[in-house]
Write a protein that binds this ligand. Structure first.
Ligand SMILES: *Cc1c(COP(=O)(O)O)cnc(C)c1O
Length: 360
């Protein structure tokens, strides 16, 4: 036999890991600057590292208490009831939980282009079909309600990313509200706030107070530095509380991840340092890169470099790993994650050298 027809499924191509690239280049991994996946350049909170070490002894038990505790702590952190937090083994998994909860086979979803690759993947895994709304480069990828609503046709889910990956553009809260208001009662609007910590903008969680057709996505992978632990969550309307038990993969978030998440949420200093440095880095990049950049609310900057594949490869040869945005439909752009001060300066210097050479 064969699997079902998977031809519409796109393959997610993750960037290579530091060790792999270092091995290829024959250099020490510590000499590489990896700014391609929007990870935290400071690593996890030291408190989370301690919690993971200490948690090793509990690895024989299913995550029970730690899961309950983490849900409660997140609920407190965002200001909702515990049941409104759909804890999941990554933000991507939380997107799957939402799709499981609302998509009937053949229903359509609306995703941004350029945009985050996992929205269409998740919808298709759940037998949904995908339409796109465009964020235009000629308008600096501005996110207006019109950009979304012009393409809207009673879709079952509408995805909005703010700050947006890979462009960094943001949608204002009143515009998010307009999108929720102007779409139908049977449309779920998912506001993806994977990068919200880096933005000064208010969260869309406030919209859940008087709406039952909005969900907010968050992750521990970016500001909290726990990409390798795979923890994320959706904040859902109060009325949805009971559905969690029907869509949650039992014990999906591991014991070690729950403990790491609990510790990370308590380490305000680590998040503050991370956010402060990212804000410095995105301004530094915008001021010092010899190329067009866009304002970013996230921990990364989109840069127009000409031939992105060539520039990213030449940077890699020099030990600086950045994201070629061809896969996002922007073959002339790269996305550079905010690094430490040292890492960011080295990346800017390297990219500028490479651009000068490529255009010479
Ligand atoms: C990183 C990211 C996520 C979630 O990532 P996970 O590592 O799966 O938690 C969600 N949305 C966007 C736009 C992202 O960039």
């Amino acid at each position: 036999m064969q699997p079902r027809d998977l031809s519409a499924q796109t393959v997610y191509r993750a960037g290579k890991g530091v060790e792999e690239v270092a091995r290829e280049l024959g250099i020490d991994p510590d000499d590489l600057v990896k700014l391609s996946s929007n990870e935290n350049p400071f690593g996890p909170s030291p408190a989370a590292v301690d919690a993971i070490r200490a948690g090793a002894e509990h690895a024989s038990s299913y995550p029970k208490t730690s899961h309950t505790d983490l849900k409660a702590k997140i609920a407190d952190h965002v200001g909702v009831a515990d049941e409104q937090v759909w804890l999941a083994p990554s933000g991507d998994a939380a997107l799957d939980y939402l799709a499981r909860a609302v998509i009937d086979p053949g229903q359509r979803v609306l995703v941004p282009t350029p945009g985050f690759a996992y929205y269409p993947m998740s919808a298709r895994y759940h037998h949904g079909e995908v339409d796109e709304y465009e964020l235009h480069k000629r308008d600096d990828f501005v996110q207006t309600p019109g950009a979304v609503l012009d393409a809207y046709d009673s879709h079952r889910i509408v995805y909005v990313t703010s700050p947006h990956n890979p462009t960094g553009s943001e949608m204002r809260l009143e515009d998010l509200r307009t999108v929720a208001e102007e779409t139908g009662e049977e449309t779920l609007v998912v506001f993806d706030e994977a990068y919200v910590e880096f933005s000064g903008a208010p969260s869309a969680v406030g919209l859940l107070g008087d709406r039952d057709d909005v969900a907010v996505l968050r992750t521990f992978s970016k500001a909290y530095g726990l990409a390798g632990m795979r923890i994320g969550y959706a904040v859902v309307p109060e009325a949805w509380a009971n559905a969690y038990a029907r869509v949650n993969t039992p014990f999906g978030v591991t014991e070690l991840s729950c403990r790491a998440g609990l510790a990370a949420l308590d380490d305000d200093d680590h998040v503050e340092k991370t956010v402060e440095t990212a804000r410095w880095a995105r301004e530094y990049m915008r001021d010092h890169l010899a190329a067009r950049t866009w304002e970013s609310g996230g921990n990364f900057v989109l840069v127009e470099v000409g031939d992105a594949a060539a520039v990213a490869e030449a940077c890699r040869q020099r030990g600086v790993i950045i994201r070629d945005c061809s896969g996002f439909g922007l073959p002339e752009c790269v996305r550079i994650t905010c690094g430490t001060r040292e890492g960011t300066k080295r990346a800017v210097e390297t990219v500028n050298e490479v651009i000068a050479e490529v255009s010479a």
